[in-house]
Ligand binder design. Structure first.
Ligand SMILES: [Mg+2]
Length: 382
């Protein structure tokens, strides 16, 4: 079997899919994307395809991963790691389809029967979370995630900290002691500010606090983990085992690799295994589309230290299209009691509606995150 063609599709709301064709075998799909840089990743995918993929045996997933990740001397970073990630997903999809098994079966078989997932509430400027949490509880979810704040001063004042606490209090009241909510700091606080914010959240016992410091300050995350009893999570902007290692060594509790950013199923499987040696659970980041979620689920079902899965249905970023719009059989993503079922289809276990994808290709308005500024006009983290 040889790879004959690699195509990419930029589709609303902000996703990029790749499709890998073989001469005598199945077609594989993956989702290589960085939010806001879909076209940049698309260029990288086609460069990799031309250099390493067309004419190659798609079953040599690890060898191709090595070539794509290291074979051009310069390596790593969000763009290249995400391009490799989506291609890696598609190669696993081909492997599963040609061997007649779901990917998690090829990686040791299922270790659980269903995967818990959470949904987002509150948006970028989380004003009223109470009603949204209640709506998700009504929909069967047992866990939600919200931003700690909107634009934030590096050192939050008392009013800002009160707001952070008030939203957590509202979420806890709706969820009761059995439900879970996580709070995403989104790197909006300084390290000192994150320590203070974690402190005011402690009485409400969130499942974890996320990205308390920016990825470039991973060497400072121990200040946060040492200062709070709350589990600390990070990882959506770390792209390899070597980048995850310092966070693990600094005492985080939850690692959040993104299957479409951190080298795909191959590298995220290794990242999860590394996390296990630190008694750390994994909660893969996934505010993305159906292929990223399908790849995440394949990992969830073969990973003993999986905690919970992020997913984007109804997320505030999904304007103009939803995850299910590109899926032929939607039952693979049908929630029951806040859990997703074990995918039994071959490969990634999701059948892409190719017609819908081809029709949507190119109709995506380029998505960019907002650029925020502090009251004095200086740049603020989004
Ligand atoms: Mg996050």
């Amino acid at each position: 079997m040889k790879i004959t063609r690699v195509e990419t599709f930029a589709v609303p709301p902000r996703w990029l899919f790749c499709r890998i064709e073989t001469d005598d075998g199945p077609v594989g799909w993956g989702e290589p994307v960085v939010e806001g840089r879909a076209e940049t990743v698309r260029a990288a995918v086609h460069e990799l395809a031309e250099q390493f993929l067309v004419g190659a045996d798609p079953s040599r997933i690890e060898d191709l991963w090595q070539l794509m990740s290291k074979g051009s001397f310069y390596r790593g970073g969000p763009v290249l790691s995400s391009a490799v990630a989506g291609i890696d997903q598609a190669l696993w999809d081909i492997a599963g389809k040609s061997l007649g098994a779901p990917v998690h079966q090829l990686l040791g078989g299922p270790v659980r029967e269903r995967a818990r997932a959470y949904c987002w509430v509150g948006g970028d400027e989380p004003a009223q979370v109470r009603d949204q949490v209640a709506a998700q509880v009504d929909a069967g979810f047992t866990a939600v995630k919200m931003n700690a704040s909107g634009r934030m001063n590096p050192l939050p004042n008392l009013a800002e900290l009160d707001e952070v606490a008030a939203r957590a209090e509202a979420a806890r009241e709706v969820l009761g002691p059995e439900g879970d909510f996580a709070v995403d700091f989104h790197g909006r606080f300084s390290t000192a500010g994150a320590v203070r914010a974690a402190g005011v959240l402690e009485p409400y016992a969130p499942m974890f606090v996320e990205e308390p410091v920016l990825p470039e300050y991973t060497h400072l995350i121990r200040r946060v983990t040492d200062s709070t009893r709350l589990p600390v999570a990070t990882g959506e902007r770390l792209f390899s085992r070597t980048e995850a290692l310092p966070a693990l060594q600094a005492g985080i509790a939850v690692l959040q690799p993104d299957l479409s950013h951190a080298g795909g199923i191959s590298e995220c499987r290794r990242i999860a295994s590394l996390a296990e040696t630190f008694d750390v659970t994994v909660a893969p980041h996934c505010p993305l589309g159906p292929l990223a979620l399908a790849a995440s689920l394949q990992l969830a079902f073969c990973t003993p230290n999986f905690l919970i899965q992020e997913q984007s249905i109804g997320i505030h970023y999904n304007k103009g299209a939803e995850l299910l719009d590109y899926v032929a059989d939607r039952s693979v993503f049908r929630f029951h009691d806040g859990h997703l079922p074990r995918p039994t289809g071959h490969g990634l276990g999701v059948e892409i509606d190719e017609k819908a994808v081809r029709k949507a290709d190119g109709s995506a308005k380029s998505w960019h995150n907002p650029v925020w500024r502090h009251r004095d006009g200086s740049f603020a983290e989004w």
